[in-house]
Design a protein around this ligand. Structure first.
Ligand SMILES: Cc1cc2nc3c(=O)[nH]c(=O)nc-3n(C[C@H](O)[C@H](O)[C@H](O)COP(=O)(O)OP(=O)(O)OC[C@H]3O[C@@H](n4cnc5c(N)ncnc54)[C@H](O)[C@@H]3O)c2cc1C
Ligand code: FES
Length: 285
């Protein structure tokens, strides 16, 4: 399926609500001037406040959820100035919203190996709609049965498993792990995957989707290469413009791979989702 076109239009948005999520996150709900057409999961928007609290350069965020009335929700981990400003918004705060941008996950069809979704902390943001869309079928594609999706959710500690209760209501198998053992299995998502596969709860042949910290994605890429699994990564590369102009978001490509001879892809316009036959974070291919 071809990637959806970028819509680099800049729109005014208005904050509807901000509520805390986990120990260091917020769920920011935004109303736009106009309703957007259906959006594929893992597409993203560049956001900043209209006032001077936000840095001049907007920050990229995956779409977390869309409400029935078309309001957009973002799940945001508060890091530096840009995310702090967004987290301090109140209902009515004016935002600049550029998007939807990027390609989103591939079509999550139910006609092959099961999908294993590996989320690390705030990397869970692009998975909520992915599960919803896979179960509902999108763009006329074959729906997934709940038994064809496994959501493996890892974090440093229990209160960084943002919105876990909502993921658990989606009707697919949700397994958790934390590095400190405060929730689920102690360890990281690949250890959890291997344990579930050894116990026969997840088949060996699966299709992987992953989003999380770069070190986690490097490990997932290596795992996919070693086991010859199809694998897509949604990258959270630092970005400047978000629309392909500044060259600020390079991702190393596999030499002479599907992306051709150019050594770097642009995460914002050619991603943020890449198949691991096309790019390499760990340098292997
Ligand atoms: C396509 C895409 C989707 C994203 N989706 C989400 C999302 O849904 N929710 C969310 O919370 N974040 C998401 N991010 C990451 C988010 O954009 C950054 O956390 C944000 O830009 C940080 O801005 P800041 O001004 O608060 O921090 P800054 O002041 O810019 O940075 C604070 C610290 O965080 C580090 N940092 C900043 N950005 C990143 C990053 N991408 N990876 C690792 N370290 C970083 C900086 O080096 C610095 O040390 C996404 C990024 C991309 C590219
Ligand atoms: S962020 Fe500017 S080219 Fe990608």
């Amino acid at each position: 399926m071809p990637a959806p076109p970028n819509d680099a239009r800049s729109r005014e948005g208005q904050v509807v609500s901000v509520r805390p999520s986990g120990s260091d996150g917020v769920i920011l709900r935004v109303a736009l001037e106009e309703r957007l057409p259906p959006l594929r999961a893992a597409r993203f928007f560049m956001l900043r406040r209209e006032d001077r609290l936000s840095p001049a350069i907007p920050r990229p965020f995956s779409l977390y959820r869309e409400t029935a009335s078309g309001e957009l929700e973002f799940m945001i981990k508060v890091m530096g100035q840009g995310t702090q400003a967004l987290a301090k918004s109140t209902p009515g705060t004016k935002l600049r919203v550029v998007g939807p941008l990027g390609n989103g996950w591939p079509a999550l069809t139910g006609d092959g190996a099961p999908w294993v979704m590996l989320a690390g902390g705030i990397g869970s943001a692009p998975f909520y709609m992915a599960i919803e869309q896979a179960l509902a079928g999108m763009d006329g594609q074959a729906k997934c049965k709940p038994s064809e999706i496994f959501y493996l959710y890892g974090a440093a500690k229990a209160d960084m498993l943002y919105e876990l209760a909502d993921f658990q209501k989606l009707g697919v198998a949700v397994h958790t792990c934390t590095m400190d053992g405060s929730a689920g299995k102690k360890g990281h998502v690949l250890q959890l995957l291997e344990e579930l596969q050894s116990a026969g709860k997840i088949p060996k042949s699966v299709r992987l989707l992953a989003c999380g910290p770069e070190k986690m994605l490097e490990a997932v890429e290596l795992h996919a290469r070693k086991n010859a699994l199809e694998c897509w990564l949604s990258l959270e590369t630092l970005m400047g413009c978000g629309v392909g102009i500044c060259n600020g978001c390079p991702v190393p490509t596999v030499p002479e791979g599907p992306m051709g001879a150019w050594p770097n892809a642009k995460c914002c316009v050619e991603g943020p989702v890449f198949k691991t036959d096309a790019i390499t974070l760990c340098g292997a291919h």
